[in-house]
Write a protein that binds this ligand. Structure first.
Ligand code: AMP
Ligand code: ZN
Length: 134
């Protein structure tokens, strides 16, 4: 897509700090890293979000995510790694070209994934299960 920033990065029209590339994907350092080494794995072919990918494409991208997480782990020696992926503006997606965040985590770092997680009761979970599975 001509007006997509990640397509432009994948095409080399916009510079980036690339830590990995193959025929399927690039992995670049996020310009606004939430942690040291915050990296984005981006398929070269434009797809808006998870639902625009075939199962095969999703599986191929996930292989690269695993590989890049390994590169970051070997290079930066983090204590853990978060994978994050946003679909839709309501979920925090700001660049409408599928990408996976790979976020190295260091013990005692200041990264906050601030989900409030109230305990749900069994009835609520059962009703929800029915709503989802039909
Ligand atoms: P999301 O909110 O999941 O759509 O994430 C988009 C991410 O892309 C954000 O973390 C941005 O900091 C990052 N980003 C936007 N433009 C660039 C760019 N030119 N190079 C690297 N990262 C970028
Ligand atoms: Zn794109």
């Amino acid at each position: 897509m001509s007006d997509c920033i990640f397509c432009k990065i994948a095409n080399g029209e916009i510079p980036s700090h690339k830590v990995y590339e193959d025929e399927c994907c690039i992995a670049i350092l996020d310009v606004c890293p939430v942690a040291k080494g915050h990296t984005l794995v981006i398929p070269k072919q434009h797809a808006q979000d998870l639902f625009a990918l075939s199962e095969e494409e999703a599986a191929e991208i996930m292989k690269r995510v695993r590989h890049v997480a390994g590169l970051l782990s070997d290079g930066l020696k983090p204590d853990g790694v978060n994978l994050m992926q946003n679909n839709g503006a309501a979920a925090g997606q700001t660049v409408m070209h599928f990408h996976m965040h790979v976020i190295p985590r260091f013990a005692g770092d200041d990264v906050k994934i601030n989900w409030h997680m109230p305990q749900a009761d069994t009835e609520t979970l059962a009703a929800l299960c029915k709503e989802i599975t039909g």
